[in-house]
Design a protein around this ligand. Structure first.
Ligand code: ZN
Length: 185
């Protein structure tokens, strides 16, 4: 089922996600709906907050992006990122490596708004799968950026919080308008 995507201005986007105790039927259904919703919106990531559920659950799929490469080691083994997509991650924790680069980013909760944002070039993520397995992800490139964006969502952090003050100021009237539309419902 395609779910409505919560837009900027709704307080649930600022909620820290609750840890998922077990991937029960409800969580599996939510994850399936989130995948369908993300794919229908042509997104590469979606956090549970964005469909109104403040939980430590996110989905990603970078397989359709051809012009921004990623690399991935899964549990220590180098794999083709496209072949293991989509990813459903439960209770992820992230470590950022030091090197930073700027890259363009958008967010399904901020229609038509994109900006260059500094992020770590590579990251390590520990998470659980829907099957209850532990996953160690070492990623770089677009996937590293998407992981940082999604794990931020799970902690109530939005990409506007990562923008430089100059960029954010340049978007301020559009952000105010979006916030107003969201609150009007
Ligand atoms: Zn987002």
């Amino acid at each position: 089922m395609i779910l409505p995507i919560i837009k900027y201005g709704h307080p649930v986007l600022r909620a820290k996600g609750k840890e998922v105790a077990a991937a029960d039927a409800r969580i599996r259904e939510l994850a399936a709906d989130m995948l369908e919703t993300m794919h229908a919106a042509n997104g590469i990531g979606l956090a549970a907050q964005q469909v109104g559920a403040p939980l430590q659950l996110t989905v990603l799929d970078i397989s359709q992006v051809e012009d921004r490469p990623s690399s991935l080691r899964l549990n220590g083994v180098k794999v083709d990122p496209a072949e293991v997509m989509p990813l459903v991650l439960i209770n992820p924790t992230i470590r950022l490596n030091e090197e930073v680069c700027a890259g363009n980013e958008g967010c399904l909760s901020f229609p038509d708004i994109t900006a260059d944002i500094d992020r770590a070039v590579s990251v390590e993520v520990d998470a659980e799968t829907l099957e209850g397995e532990k996953l160690r992800i070492e990623a770089s490139g677009l996937l590293a950026r998407a992981l940082q964006h999604e794990v931020d969502h799970l902690n109530g952090i939005l990409f506007i919080d990562r923008m430089s003050s100059v960029v954010k100021a340049s978007l301020s009237s559009r952000l105010k308008r979006l916030q107003k539309e969201t609150l009007k419902g």
